[in-house]
Design a protein around this ligand. Sequence first.
Ligand code: SF4
Length: 358
Amino acid sequence: MDQFMQDNVNINIKDLSPGEIEKFVLQNNLQPFRARQIVKWLYKKGAGSFDEMTDLSKDFRDLLEFSFLLKPSLELVEEQVSKDGTKKYLFKLFDGNQIESVLIPDKKRKTLCISSQVGCALGCTFCMTGTVGKIRNLTPSEILDQYMIVNQNNAITNIVFMGMGEPLDNLQNLVKAINTFIDPNCLGLSPKRITVSTSGLVPQIKELGKQVSVNLAVSLNAPRDELRDELMPINKRYPIKELLDASINFPVPNRKFLMFEYVLLKDINDSDSDAHTLGSLLEGIKCKINVIPFNEAYPLPYQSPSWDRVLKFQEILISYKINVRIRKSRGSDILGACGQLTAKYPSKIVKEPPLPEI
Ligand code: SF4
């Protein structure tokens, strides 16, 4: 038995990837199909105890009981509904920490915005989560259970890792969770329906691309390094050119496009000149860009641009033949919109955020 398997007592079984469950099964001299039975009980039938897994022998169920925990890793403590139908969920973790997830209904699509960390180390100056600081990474089961719990009453069609945290600052747990999301015996989501959003951790973008093929959304927000350095301190470590190189080479699924997100901040990054610089930067790249008018949130020092400014910015990008969409603000009345999640932690505004420790 290797170190991982010796140490697995008290590990939530949902913290294991499907491959690790198969490894456990093989190490105990059982057939690989036993692993498929286990994950079907966990993810398709929502078993709450090993005793419910009646097609496994009693001895094997006892071994599972001895080796792992099987319990929800989150407790739903609050659900808020926005006037536009967006729902925000507040979850409590086993150690008392809290996270939020947001469900965004849009015609036939129901997208769950999932958190990957408690807080965030990246300190983007327009984001409320960044004002909390990083408290800790979420485990794979904490990532998966956001979906499992919300999906009980909502048929989720898509997931985006755009909730609290920088998903690529929690790469190992993110990949484990994605493998469970896409495994047909587990949650069986198409990789085309999964989007990972990043502020631009270049080595981790490359590593993610080696491990899985899902949609990538790069939070760009400035077309010039000096401005992006101010808005997103991570840019000082991985400037725009390096970020674009890594993003362009990321293996998005077939017939899907690399996505860029651009939060429009009044009088900061919304000028005609910035639109032209952005257009030149992305011209010729097979991508889509989402322009998101900033959602004002106290105490962040930014304002939302006028609608005319947003349309003008879009018009200039279109002149560079860029596929651009204005993303409507959803759930801002319940602080559930992009960049507004704090899970009730107090904000610590730092004038010049230091480079994050990642
Ligand atoms: S925008 Fe994303 S990476 Fe930046 S502080 Fe907010 S959660 Fe972290």
